[in-house]
Design a protein around this ligand. Sequence first.
Ligand code: PCA
Length: 206
Amino acid sequence: MMRKLLLTGFDPFAHYNINPSWEAVKALPDVIGNFAVAKLMLPNIYGTAGRLLVEEAERIKPDVILMTGMDSGSTRLHLDAVAVNLRDALLEDNKGAAPWGEPVVPGAPAAYFATIPTHALVKRLQKQGCPVHLGYCTGGYVCNDIFYTALHRFNGTSVKTGFAHVPLLPQMVWDESKALPLDETVKTLRQIIENLSEILTEEEHA
Ligand code: PCA
């Protein structure tokens, strides 16, 4: 059975003129495993990005939402395990907003776990030699904002929601050992999605 995957990446922000998350999403094929992939680029803007994501998801009704964003300081991809109800900007967003200690959704739960099988995925991918780790902190910036927004909106539904942080590209950093070439990120993201497709099919037949 074909499933629908909504796959998102972000536009550039801060002093960068490229965002590897969207570059990687753009480079992926439109069918991966048994997912038909719908791609969406989101603006790095608190609130707006989450609203656009939810609107697109309500329109195309995906089985899975996998969001991606970039994260400096790692040479591996992270599958994030948790989103928190906090907006804490270390940098202004693309509209100049810099919230501090504000909720994503007032009065909503403190946190949600990802609803894709992050732990099973990471275990499988590491066995395949993939540069993937679990992430325990999605931060308080716009990535966490959309992750929390999606988990809150689709909580209790069949939509499975997850987030992958990808490393910076070699041309974005002084020290190239702190980055990952785009083709590696694309390959790893593809492997994440293929394994996710296999796990969901195995679960379906269990
Ligand atoms: N990374 C940021 C937001 C957009 C992106 O690519 C983050 O980690 O929150």
